[in-house]
Design a protein around this ligand. Sequence first.
Ligand SMILES: [Zn+2]
Length: 86
Amino acid sequence: MKTKTVYMCDFCNKEYNRSIDAYKCEAEHLGLTIDEYKEYMNLLEEERRAFSAVSSVVNDEIRKRCDDTIKAVFDFQKEHNFTDNR
Ligand SMILES: [Zn+2]
């Protein structure tokens, strides 16, 4: 039996056979290049990690890390002139 993986764009739910194509679709919705979108995804991932750390232990360092990630994501959106309504 073969299994098939389908990648779906977060914004328009269009399906792709390759993850890179779904990435590209999402990047286009935000008006970003694929490299810019990858950079943005890394920021969101760091934001997510910082917030999961804060739920177990709250201290000033982690709180600062959270604030920094929010600012990094916000600055990136501002710099590239888009909003992400997901
Ligand atoms: Zn799309």
